[in-house]
Design a protein around this ligand. Sequence first.
Ligand code: DP6
Length: 334
Amino acid sequence: MSKTTVSAPANIAFIKYWGARDLDRAMPMNPSISMTLTECVSHCTVEVLDGEHDEVWLSEPDGNFGQPTSAFVRRVVQQLDNLRAWAGSREHFRVATRNNFPSSAGLASSASGFSALTLATLGALGKRNTPPEELSRLARLSGSGSAARSVLGGYVEWPAGGTTQESCHAVQLAPASHWDLRDVIAVVEIGAKTVSSREGHQRAPTSPYYGKRLELLPRRLEAVRAAIEAADLARLGPILEEEAVDLHLIAMSSHPPIFYWSPGTIAVLRAVRELRQEGLHAWATMDAGANVHVICDPESEDEIADRLAALPAVGYVIRDGAGDGPDDETPHLF
Ligand code: DP6
């Protein structure tokens, strides 16, 4: 057992997880499909401690350590408890974690954060060579369902699973090398979102359109799987946008309603439409936040990034793309 550091990337959902059968253990109502990114990552170092308590630190970009909120510490310790129970261990840990992108702004920082925490803790327990499906299941226990997808690279599907929570984990549909797809993220808001995804999952079934969404999903899922297999952006794009609007339609029509969009979101969606009219291959999607992920091919990426960065509503853009998943060759945070 030793100090272990893992960096794990965020992911962007093409088909969204929205609504849960069991929220605490993140058992989803519907299957989801995502692309694992490469630039937006969380780093996590975990070391076994002599003491009786876990220590949780936030590592700041300047190298100093900050005290996280008590809610964050509780979530981390809860996941450490889950992993201790799984491993039959009584060890306690010192944990430090850092994101290289805005936290809680709909950029999947929980997915990357809890995926990195899970893998680094297993490393500290000497169990890093656990099979990928089990890693995905363990990451899911954090309550951040999308973390179940971030432990795998490339294009990933997380089926809704059967009735048992043992079988509820993500699988890789194709490695990143199968399709060089890019994600230009237009950041229009960097503050934490006001309504958590957890709250959104809870409210989803109160939307009168939720049942209709579940009805439409099997065809959409099939189309996304086929588009990924054929590496066909013209096929993927329209479904991607339809699905993003659908997620926000459910959020906006939930009781009480949730509005994740900001004026900047609309400005970027309009710009993406114009870029397409000019012949560029650009399609937009948003998770539970205001920021817009513009999925595109490598040939269009420069032009799209420049054009989006020039919009007054856009603070900055992050250029990301399909990646291979977590990396264990990462310098320790302490
Ligand atoms: C809209 O419960 O995984 O991003 O814990 O905040 O990461 P966090 O959220 P989670 O729900 C994700 C909701 C989503 C869609 C998706 O990623 O599938």
